[in-house]
Design a binder for this molecule. Structure first.
Ligand SMILES: [Zn+2]
Ligand SMILES: [Zn+2]
Ligand SMILES: [Zn+2]
Ligand SMILES: [Zn+2]
Ligand SMILES: [Zn+2]
Ligand SMILES: [Zn+2]
Ligand SMILES: [Zn+2]
Length: 616
């Protein structure tokens, strides 16, 4: 009687929430009352029978006093009372304890190596952007002087908070079963209160408990009702992606930078993701005509049939829509082959679909978050200093002017490149004839001397390395050709050695071959990170007293603390023998280190970190 009156009741949201909490608490207590003794029984069942025990003693081998390692130390002592080392061995049924006498040798105190951070070796910058929102571990966990409370505000949560709790899944499953059978609450009702600690339905971060419940084993808790009348079968795995999503997602794995066009390129993919396919102009109703009709059903011959009502299934239309979204300028003759339909029908259907396809609205550049600048090495003010290149290549209709109205006269579009006062890059989608593109230099190698080595080269003057695709006369494309303005892209570094610094800074970097004034030494390589990550990593860098940060432009820094090359060991000096210069190398900003005087082999290299580095 009582059960049926409960089933008839309707619960308000608050009441519902309290009910869920009460049931959850009860299930929780029941589960843990069962779980502890059950676990103990399970563990005890694994115990082996008490075994026989044998003792033994081994005589140690005579100590080799002429040992090569020991003789390297002038003073060492050997104590006369050896201790014993105990080995306990567990063969099949018995255990054997063996005692081995050991000697203690006292060695003189070692000089510790100068402190430095290990890093993964890189030959190219890699784009990291921002570190994840979860903190993977507590830095300096055993050091009370590190301000952990302040540091953790840079993260949203701790990595280990995110792991699914298998016990909690059991408790919640039983809770929803009881709520459903005893109190007649639907799964949607339960979920809508947001009271349960696990989400039942799929969310962005999780497939939901109902789906996960089908993927795991359950403990033998007698109270757990799995074959209940919960409508679990309705909750399958998350829906598979359609063709359009699959194609555009895999597109993102390819580097759009025309220098690489690599899959999984760590330098560019995150920074300049492959843009979604470009839709053809909207009001262009005229089909590109082929030279000859593709057959008797070609749209070029059967134009009068355009308005004829055709019977296309929704599935067939959707397939054509996807193809058009991916490559909208394919002529009907080719589409007909893909769709297995007569060409004139495809033409009609294409026109209909093109009216419907939504065009993405181009948005303004998002402004980035900036904060108090932590110390990082600075590029010296330089007349060749370039404004930062836009984060994305431009892709818009019309010429690369700063502002103009769209053809419909409604929204204001702009060209990122013109807006940021930078030249269009190779991977911009404007035509190669765009007036905003860099034209390259026309230096010649007339007297068989090095070309592009002085400021008479426009590329060099503009802080750009010669572009092999554009600078044709200096032959930058030919790796063996003496264009003197392509060192970074060719990787023509000087040999260097990292060892104990003579400047009192720990480790330092030394030249291993002579360099002349103006010579390229190497590239400063590391992870490209944004300001919020610069800040969160700075807490740690400041605490250890060593930073490997180099400001590239206002939004991006090169950090070689975790990964980089030997340039990270260059120390600061007011009278530095090297200088850093940012170069635009085939559309990408990279930091070159150049000799600013003649440097002999074996000399320690130095760089002026700039005033801001020591500000704080
Ligand atoms: Zn790339
Ligand atoms: Zn543009
Ligand atoms: Zn552009
Ligand atoms: Zn352009
Ligand atoms: Zn040149
Ligand atoms: Zn050039
Ligand atoms: Zn050149």
């Amino acid at each position: 009687m009582e059960g049926s009156s409960r089933l008839d009741r309707k619960y308000g949201t608050n009441e519902c929430s309290e009910l869920i909490q009460a049931v959850l608490r009860q299930v929780w207590e029941e589960f843990y009352a069962w779980e502890q003794p059950a676990s103990r029984t399970a563990i005890n069942s694994l115990l082996r029978n008490p075994a026989k025990h044998t003792e033994g003693t081994t005589t140690p081998p005579p100590l080799d006093l002429d040992n090569e390692v020991l003789s390297a130390f002038s003073e060492w002592s050997l104590d006369s009372h050896p201790e014993t080392l105990q080995f306990i061995d567990y063969p099949e049924a018995d255990s054997i304890t063996t005692h081995i006498p050991t000697y203690t040798i006292e060695l003189p105190v070692f000089q510790s190596h100068d402190a430095y951070e290990g890093s993964a070796p890189l030959s190219r910058n890699i784009h990291v952007g921002d570190d994840p929102d979860n903190m993977p571990f507590l830095p300096f966990a055993d050091d009370p002087s590190f301000d952990f409370i302040d540091h953790q505000t840079a993260y949203k949560y701790l990595s280990w908070q995110d792991l699914p709790d298998p016990d909690l899944q059991v408790i919640v499953m039983e809770t929803i079963h009881r709520l459903h059978t005893t109190y007649n609450l639907s799964l949607e009702q339960i979920e809508s209160t947001g009271t349960l600690p696990i989400s039942l339905f799929p969310t962005i971060n999780s497939p939901g408990l109902l789906h996960m419940s089908k993927l795991r084993d359950w403990p033998a808790w007698p109270q757990l009702t799995l074959n209940s009348n919960l409508p679990l079968s309705a909750f399958g795995p998350p829906k598979a992606e359609d063709l359009y999503d699959r194609v555009t997602k895999s597109l993102r794995n390819f580097c759009p930078n025309l220098n690489c066009i690599d899959p999984y390129c760590y330098v560019h993919i995150e920074m300049n993701p492959m843009p979604p396919p470009k839709l053809p102009p909207f009001d262009n109703a005229d089909e590109p005509t082929q030279k000859a009709p593709c057959g008797p059903h070609c749209f070029q011959l059967l134009r009068e049939k355009e308005n004829e009502a055709e019977s296309w299934t929704a599935e067939e239309s959707n397939e054509l829509r996807t193809i058009l979204q991916l490559c909208g300028d394919v002529p009907p003759c080719d589409l007909a082959i893909l769709c297995l339909k007569p060409c004139y029908q495809v033409s009609t259907e294409k026109l209909r679909i093109m009216q419907e396809i939504e065009r993405p609205v181009e948005t303004d550049l998002a402004s980035r978050y900036f904060s108090n600048a932590p110390p990082k090495k600075e590029l010296k003010p330089d007349r060749n200093r370039l404004p930062p290149p836009p984060k994305e290549p431009c892709r818009h209709s019309g010429p690369c002017d700063q502002f103009y109205l769209t053809s419909t006269g409604h929204s204001l579009e702009h060209c990122h490149c013109a807006f940021n006062n930078t030249r269009c890059q190779r991977n911009c989608q404007c035509p190669t004839t765009c007036k905003n593109r860099w034209k390259g230099c026309d230096c010649h190698n007339g007297r068989r001397t090095a070309v592009c080595g002085s400021d008479s080269c426009v590329c060099r003057r503009a802080g750009r390395e010669c572009d092999p695709e554009i600078c044709l006369s200096c032959n930058a494309r030919d790796q063996t050709h003496p264009c003197q303005n392509a060192h970074i892209q060719r990787g023509l570094s000087k040999r260097t050695l990292a060892k104990k610094s003579g400047m009192g800074y720990g480790m330092g970097l030394f030249l291993d071959e002579p360099a002349k004034i103006g010579d390229y030494i190497s590239e400063y390589i590391g992870e490209l990170i944004y300001e919020p990550t610069v800040d969160s990593r700075d807490d740690v860098a400041r605490h250890r007293g060593r930073t490997y940060l180099f400001g590239l432009n206002e939004g991006v820094s090169v950090d070689s603390s975790l990964a980089g090359n030997e340039m990270r060991y260059i120390n600061h000096s007011k009278k530095a023998n090297c200088r850093a210069q940012m170069k635009l190398v085939n559309g990408e900003q990279r930091i070159g280190i150049y000799a600013c005087r003649n440097i002999a082999k074996g000399v320690e290299l130095s760089l002026d970190y700039g005033p801001k580095f020591f500000d704080r």
